[in-house]
Design a protein around this ligand. Structure first.
Ligand code: TXA
Ligand code: MG
Length: 331
């Protein structure tokens, strides 16, 4: 890959214009959202989308989320009124309640979305982010924006622009310098193409919030580990190794288990750390990926994370923690 000069773009009108132009010319721009920083390209330009996969080192069968700035943008890219899937009224109610915001809807895609964007699937994930910076960027670009998280594939997702630079400097054309992300883990991905709404990636929008509008379930593979025989997640991204810092990570069921593991690691002379959010999942989400990156920079060798169980949001945060630990849980 040819090394690029990555522009650091402060937020002003001129720089939004520059970012928009880069997208229309087929380039890559990282931008903040309320969940994590995205790595954006023109979703309907197959060459531009191909360069996202190259910059991230991402497997080509893992589809990208298409980001839009207003509801009318859906018409061009996906079907809502069909004889299969959830009724149109239900889908519209869900979008009305949760958009703009940290939820992605899986819909059946139209021809405009190239196969490379949807990882060869007949469906496409669509999200209207809450972040005003993200929406302004999409609007000025004038294109639907395909964007995965702006990390090297397998690394913790970036929640600050400095994290983006750590992974992507020289690989992308520009980064919009926004605030740290307020949610801190990726969007809930909700498949509405079947008879019942199905969460294929847990996130900030939880079943309790959705159930008011329509019955909802988790994809049953989410409760399994990749070693299980019938682990067949609906979201291809859920099958890959994820969020792996350089250090080994283990989940401890309680603080006292973490303390014991920590002391024995220290006795062996290891650079050990404990991450304990004291059962506060919101704070955990906001901090977790940042913390993994910080501990890597400190030369951590082993990290013990204390399990969260405060709410149904803790399930979403634990999903990331379990993946970072390769599902290694100590009772
Ligand atoms: O919060 C987010 O969603 C962030 C920001 C940038 O918007 N984006 C993000 O994208 O996390 P990415 O590419 O890292 O994760 C997309 C996930 C993957 O697990 C992928 O497999 C799943 O969504 N996905 C995308 N399109 C899908 C589809 N048509 N069917 C099933 N799963 C899909
Ligand atoms: Mg990602």
């Amino acid at each position: 890959m040819v090394k690029k000069k990555t522009l650091r773009l402060e937020l002003n009108n001129k720089n939004f214009e520059i970012a928009g132009r880069i997208i229309r010319e087929g380039g890559l721009v990282s931008f903040p959202t309320e969940t994590v920083y995205g790595l954006g390209a023109d979703a309907i330009n197959p060459d531009a989308v191909t360069s996202i996969y190259e910059a991230k080192g991402r497997p080509g069968d893992n589809p990208l989320i298409v980001h839009i700035a207003s509801l009318k943008d859906i018409e061009e890219i996906a079907y809502i009124d069909e004889d299969r899937g959830l009724p149109r009224e239900v889908i519209c109610k869900l979008m009305d309640r949760f958009w703009p915001g940290p939820i992605t809807f899986i819909l059946r895609k139209k021809e405009t979305i190239p196969d490379i964007t949807s990882g060869g699937l007949s469906t496409v994930g669509i999200r209207m982010p809450e972040s005003p910076v993200a929406r302004e960027f999409i609007k000025v670009a004038g294109r639907p924006i395909a964007a995965p998280s702006a990390n090297i594939s397998g690394r913790p997702s970036p929640t600050t622009w400095q994290d983006v630079i750590e992974d992507m400097d020289g690989r992308i054309d520009a980064v919009l310098i926004g605030e740290p992300c307020s949610v801190g883990i990726e969007s809930t991905v909700l498949d509405v193409t079947g008879d019942i709404a199905t969460i294929v990636r847990p996130g900030f929008i939880t079943p309790t919030m959705i159930r008011d509008i329509t019955p909802v379930r988790y994809d049953k593979s989410l409760a399994k580990s990749p070693d299980d025989e019938d682990f067949k997640p609906i979201a291809p991204g859920m099958k890959y190794k994820h969020y792996a810092p350089k250090a080994k990570v283990r989940i401890a069921r309680t603080r006292s288990v973490a303390d014991k593991l920590y002391s024995s690691a220290k006795k062996e002379g290891k650079e050990a750390f404990i991450i304990d959010y004291e059962n506060d999942s919101k704070r955990a989400a906001e901090d977790f990926f940042k913390r993994l990156r910080a501990l890597d920079r400190k030369g951590a060798e082993i990290i013990f994370i204390v399990e969260l169980f405060d709410s149904d949001f803790s399930y979403s945060v634990m999903n990331r923690m379990l993946k970072s630990a390769g599902y290694d849980v100590v009772e």
